[in-house]
Design a binder for this molecule. Sequence first.
Ligand SMILES: [Zn+2]
Length: 188
Amino acid sequence: MMARPFWMRLFRPEPVRAVPGVHAPAGPAAPATELDLRMMARALDLAREAAAMGEVPVGAVVYRTATGEILGEGFNRREVDKDPSSHAEFIAIQRACAAARDWRLNDCTLAVTLEPCPMCAGLIVNARIGRLVYGADDPKAGAARSLYTLADDRRLNHRAEVITGVRAEEAAGLLRAFFRDLRRGRGV
Ligand SMILES: [Zn+2]
């Protein structure tokens, strides 16, 4: 089969492929624990709070992996804060660091209803988060699996354990309902 001419690649980007030695092996990740499921329920509640404020519904919780102690919570507040960094998990991580009096969160898990964006995946690495548990994939901005694999890229100096698809249908359902209502409100 002939290679596609370069100009065709401009129109249809190559699918993202795992690079051996760079990306984590594609083998099955450890399953979510009972504690993870409880924390995701809390993150979903936080996402609903965001929706009630007219914000895109995403919620996040940072907790100690061993004990379940919650160190920080957050939901998306981009509109109310007028701040592009006011993502649910960004806020939750900042609060967790303040509570822990430490910028390193190796012994913590972040549960977030939507796959983190590049900014938040970068913060997960910089904060040395031990585990990332997320709900719905984000094909448009996801940087943990969908577009990039920043949270466990072997080239970076820290890798989180990544667990995907936890209560994904509910997380995605909240987002779908939010955007449907938004379109109705605008009469489109
Ligand atoms: Zn983000």
